[in-house]
Design a binder for this molecule. Structure first.
Ligand code: AMP
Ligand code: MN
Ligand code: MN
Ligand code: MN
Length: 289
């Protein structure tokens, strides 16, 4: 039963402090319950470490927590994000496989830190101090640059130093899309291309087609960065290819303050119950085979 008021909400994309979210697993689920979210997928980058603790809180608060993660994958010459869903991801060997990229991220963070230190005098140590116990990402380097007044805000930190093509940019470790799809298969789960709206108009169709070629199971249709027109087009694509449609807020807590659990930015995410039912059916059937 839902705790919040109004229609029960569904959110299939959310982060905790196990990756780059601001809330620890318990806080995430408390925020979800307060927002009226009935079903929440925990989808940290490169780890499923937060799922068990989120489930404990979920049982207490009446929020069903689905196991997931968000990997960085290469398809059609583009680095994209892919959401994996399925309880099988919690098995130790698959958890290990999910974490491969996380280990690669450490090397990447050292490389970003070395470049930034040379460029600005702000390096790895300061970003790590800001991250505290949570997984270090470019967001923490950006906040370190703001704290030391090298830039005025996080956006400027990305524009000047950290975005692709800027001098401290180092690509995130990634896996071929076919590996991400295979990992989901081993877990008895599904792989879903995350937020295709981040792709440029000129490349989206090609990347979508190549993701299908690589065996992707679904497409994230609802996302704060997708407008109604893009959603319609993605729904058409999903229908033509017999794929799953999913959606979520991509909640990061205080690190993305405009994004609300269950409803995105100004209510632009509203995942229909039917999408969840199709996903749950698919997960139950995959796990059984
Ligand atoms: P990483 O996973 O290390 O590549 O870092 C990704 C993090 O940086 C995520 O939390 C993003 O939301 C954040 N990020 C990426 N690009 C930008 C940007 N242009 N402005 C603000 N935050 C960004
Ligand atoms: Mn993130
Ligand atoms: Mn993403
Ligand atoms: Mn995400």
């Amino acid at each position: 039963m839902t705790i919040g008021r109004g229609t029960p909400l569904i959110d299939l994309h959310a982060h905790t402090s196990a990756s780059d979210g601001g809330d620890d697993p318990r806080e995430l689920v408390e925020a979800a319950a307060a927002a009226g979210v009935e079903v929440l997928a925990v989808t940290d980058h490169d780890t499923v470490a937060a799922v068990a603790e989120a489930r404990v809180a979920g049982r207490r608060l009446g929020v069903e927590v689905l196991a997931g993660c968000e990997l960085t994958a290469l398809v059609g010459g583009r680095v994209v994000h892919v959401l994996l869903y399925g309880d099988g991801l919690l098995a130790p060997d698959l958890g290990e496989a999910v974490e491969v990229a996380r280990r690669g991220r450490h090397q990447r963070n050292l490389a970003i830190g070395a470049r930034l230190l040379e460029l600005t005098g702000v390096g790895y140590e300061e970003a790590a101090a800001i991250a505290g116990g949570s997984a270090l990402s470019r967001a923490h380097f950006a906040r370190a640059l703001v704290a030391r007044r090298v830039v005025v805000d996080v956006a400027q930190a990305f524009d000047r130093y950290l975005s692709s093509g800027r001098p401290a940019y180092v690509p995130a470790p990634n896996v071929p899309m076919t590996d991400a799809v295979a990992l989901a298969g081993k877990a008895g789960g599904v792989a879903v291309l995350a937020h295709p709206g981040r792709l440029g108009d000129g490349e989206r169709d090609r990347v979508l087609a190549e993701a299908v070629e690589a065996g992707i199971d679904g497409i994230e249709v609802w996302h704060p960065q997708h407008d109604a027109e893009l959603r319609r087009r993605l729904e058409g694509f999903v229908g033509r290819h017999g794929l799953l449609a999913t959606g979520g807020s991509d909640y990061h807590g205080i690190h993305k303050p405009s994004v609300r659990l269950g409803s995105g930015v100004d209510g632009n995410v509203a995942v229909p119950r039917e999408l969840l039912d199709v996903l749950l059916d698919r997960l139950a059937n995959s796990a059984a085979t």
